[in-house]
Design a protein around this ligand. Structure first.
Ligand code: AMP
Ligand code: MN
Ligand code: MN
Ligand code: MN
Length: 280
């Protein structure tokens, strides 16, 4: 690897719940020294066309990518598809279905909030998303703006998190199908933020062996906020299941001063970097 190469393989734009347009995101990535960037919006590839143009102007290699919401055994997992073909028909129709699920879920979340005397959430999040995917992050921002909570985290703790008053359980894309959309389009399926699922070790083992069996090839080892112990745990998973290692900040907004594009710990060198799979 060229020593000045800097990869960031997980981030969001206004096509989903990021606050920067694809062009602004690419410019910022360039300023932060990123040389290869994967735009991974939630369940949409709509930001990729603009990002591609901006990447050409800023001398960045854009890896066309996505973060797909999936369900396996009633649990939600985010799967990043790196280096996909956004025009692949099964991928396009698969995410279209998820987009419908997202918009139906948004209506249900809003009606739960309405029952708790918090009106107009749906109109507000639709306006804020401005044609992009609506996620719970939009609801968290709405609750914050209306002073129902004082932090995003509190919005999840009180209303939006699993089991809370405005939580709407959703069956997302089937994990196996989503991995197929990614791999058959020429991409690499990667488990996003593996330590964020609050699963027991035995569930995690079952999940990772299944993911590997169905053609999953990578796992995020270095993310925007993890500490050395978390990197070590993710590294053990990568080695144990022979998954390539990915690095991604999961950047959403300059407002979050803890997470920055390209600000990532180095990848431990006993791992296979996921980018070595891009050109095979
Ligand atoms: P969704 O995919 O619609 O369920 O929304 C998930 C998004 O909400 C994530 O991608 C994050 O952007 C955001 N999110 C999830 N949990 C939290 C949290 N505890 N605090 C702040 N943002 C969160
Ligand atoms: Mn998000
Ligand atoms: Mn995610
Ligand atoms: Mn993400």
């Amino acid at each position: 690897m060229n020593s000045i190469e800097k990869y960031d393989l997980h981030c969001h734009s206004t096509a989903s719940d990021g606050t920067l347009s694809p062009t602004e995101l690419i410019q910022r990535a360039h300023e932060k020294g990123v040389t290869s960037l994967a735009l991974t919006d939630h369940d949409t590839t709509n930001g990729l066309a603009e990002a591609t143009l901006a990447a050409q102007k800023n001398d960045i290699r854009l890896i066309p990518s996505i973060e797909i919401s999936t369900t396996w055994e009633n649990k939600c997992f985010h799967i990043v598809g790196l280096n996909i073909d956004p025009e692949y028909p099964a991928l396009k129709s698969g995410i279209k279905n998820t987009q419908i699920l997202r918009s139906e879920r948004a209506k249900k979340i809003a009606s739960k909030l309405e029952k708790r005397q918090i009106p107009n959430a749906y109109e507000s999040v639709i306006q804020a998303a401005n044609g992009g995917m609506v996620t719970r992050a939009h609801f968290a921002n709405f609750l914050l703006a209306k002073n129902h909570v004082s932090t995003q985290q509190e919005a999840f703790d009180r209303y939006l998190g699993k089991g809370k008053s405005a939580f709407v359980s959703t069956i997302w894309a089937d994990l196996h199908e989503a991995v197929n959309w990614i791999t058959q389009s020429g991409g690499i399926a990667v488990v996003a933020h593996p330590l964020r699922y609050k699963m027991t070790a035995s569930w995690m083992r079952r999940f990772l062996s299944y993911f590997k069996e169905i053609g999953g090839q990578g796992i995020e080892v270095v993310t925007g906020r993890n500490n050395p112990d978390e990197i070590r745990r993710a590294m053990l998973y990568a080695n144990q299941y022979e998954l390539a290692a990915s690095v991604g900040s999961d950047f959403h907004s300059p407002d979050n001063k803890w997470v920055e594009l390209g600000r990532l710990a180095p990848l431990p060198d006993n791992l296979k970097p996921v980018w070595e799979l891009f050109n095979q």
